[in-house]
Design a protein around this ligand. Structure first.
Ligand SMILES: Cc1cc2nc3c(=O)[nH]c(=O)nc-3n(C[C@H](O)[C@H](O)[C@H](O)COP(=O)(O)OP(=O)(O)OC[C@H]3O[C@@H](n4cnc5c(N)ncnc54)[C@H](O)[C@@H]3O)c2cc1C
Length: 433
């Protein structure tokens, strides 16, 4: 479709920004994407290890991720997706358990037999009996889960699971988020996860190429330092230049948008003091497979992380030179001690921690360890969030938001960002006509 010449500024070159540009072009608009860093992909971006691009943070697609699958089909790259059967582990009381099936639950000796039965019945209630979850928006997750599973199951199983996403903010999370996530994660009996050949870097670059080929622009190293809307136009200060647009879509975390908003817009940015959970992870590049699970929750004082993700259960190791990738992660506030720990300490803790809980792990098989941090990963959802969730357009302005703070009750994921991008573009096109 030819563009109608209407320029729309897009702030941020992560998946949300690139998907917005893609959908705007489909509707005849001309998007200009501004990314402050030197590469696309945002949280899904990569780093270089001896000439091979690897993900900074672990990323997979689920078989229920319809939005991203549709986008891949639009781009003609759906055949790059490979699917693998995966499993989840639980390291508790010095022992590693599978945590995937009724049989696993029967063998889960970290819980008493009555608690195992209660866990099975509770999970069946959440995923098979309770078909609607809206009423849970006003209920605290901890309270709801304690009621269904009892205190000991909550403390042994649910608390570590919630901590692995929300750190110290577990008490604020609504039950609706938990219900929705559990019903997303396991559609069938066998967990399946997908990965794109070429990684997320390949998707970001394909999006960039199609955006440019269809008349849009993607500018790297273009930090946005100010944005102001006068009702009919939006001005943005980008790398010292004044850019103006009919409308702007911001994909920044809301506190970052607040930081650059000027004039009346500054007072209208929604939830500008929303708290976010950050994440710090060590990426251990090894010549050795670690274990049989993609994701393992770890509760063990010898392991100062919340869990382990081994992405080479989904990424064929031959795609990355026969290597195996193990991520050890901590979700925490950007101001907290685990987030601020020096890189060398995080690297040492990752290696020593893995050696302490996985007897077959050998440090001599490790090629390198990298540490990455991100301050704005998971908005801290609070009870009643549906009523607080920001609308696509900021009132009395031509500035739209397409950001993880609107994901709820969906999980923050590329699939959700692509869906939000489609919804934001629909709202913008509806307003501009
Ligand atoms: C550890 C971890 C594991 C994850 N696992 C998965 C997974 O398995 N599957 C999945 O689908 N998702 C996963 N996610 C979530 C996924 O990465 C995010 O939900 C998604 O990338 C958010 O995209 P976004 O475009 O909204 O934001 P971002 O990726 O944060 O993009 C925002 C962009 O704005 C840019 N920016 C910020 N300020 C400025 C400025 N002033 N000027 C210009 N540019 C600026 C940033 O550089 C960035 O590129 C994971 C995330 C983490 C951290």
């Amino acid at each position: 479709m030819a563009t109608n010449g209407t320029r729309i500024g897009i702030l941020g070159g992560g998946i949300a920004g690139l998907a917005c540009a893609h959908y705007l072009l489909e509707r005849g608009y001309t998007p200009i994407v501004f990314e402050g860093s030197d590469r696309l992909g945002g949280l899904g971006t990569h780093f270089d290890h001896r000439g091979t691009a690897l993900d900074r943070f672990y990323h997979v697609i689920l078989d229920s991720d319809a939005e991203i699958c549709r986008l891949l089909a639009d781009l003609g790259i759906a055949d790059r997706l490979v699917w693998s059967e995966t499993g989840m582990g639980f390291h508790l009381g010095g022992k590693l358990y599978g945590f995937n099936s009724a049989l696993d639950l029967l063998r889960f000796r970290a819980l008493s037999v009555p608690d195992r039965i209660r866990t099975g019945l509770g999970a069946a209630y959440i995923t098979k009996v309770k078909r609607k979850g809206l009423d849970l928006d006003d209920v605290q997750a901890g309270e709801w889960l304690r009621r269904i599973f009892g205190r000991s199951v909550f403390e042994r199983i649910w608390l570590p699971l919630l901590r692995a996403k929300f750190g110290d903010h577990v008490d604020t999370v609504p039950a609706y988020w938990v219900w929705n996530t559990l019903n997303r994660e396991k559609n069938g009996d066998q967990e399946v996860k997908g990965y794109l050949r070429g990684g997320y870097r390949g998707l970001a670059e394909t999006l960039r190429d199609t955006i440019v080929a269809r008349g849009g622009e993607v500018r790297l190293e273009s930090p946005v330092t100010a944005v102001e809307s006068n009702g009919t136009e939006v001005h943005a200060d980008v790398a010292g230049r004044d850019e103006h647009f009919k409308a702007v879509i911001s994909t920044f975390p809301l506190p970052l948008l607040k930081r650059v908003a000027r004039g009346a817009l500054a007072a209208s940015v929604p939830l500008s003091d929303l708290q976010y959970q950050g994440c710090v992870n060590a990426v251990v590049v090894s010549r050795q497979r670690l274990e049989r699970f993609y994701w393992t929750i770890v509760v063990d004082p010898k392991f100062p992380f919340q869990g382990v993700v081994e992405t080479t259960h989904v990424i064929p190791p031959e795609w990355i030179g026969g290597r195996h990738l193990v991520y050890t992660m901590n979700y925490c506030d950007a101001g907290s001690e685990p987030y601020q720990r020096p890189d060398n300490l995080v690297k040492r803790q990752a290696l020593e921690g893995l050696a302490a809980i996985y007897p077959k792990f050998r440090v001599e098989n490790v090629e390198d360890v990298y540490v990455f941090r991100a301050p704005y990963v998971e908005p801290v959802w609070s009870v009643g969030y549906l009523r607080k969730r920001p609308a696509p357009r900021i009132a009395d302005s031509r500035v739209y938001v397409c950001t993880t703070a609107q994901a709820y009750p969906r999980v923050t994921a590329w699939n959700t960002s692509v869906g939000l991008a489609r919804e934001t573009v629909d709202a913008l096109v509806g307003d501009l006509g």
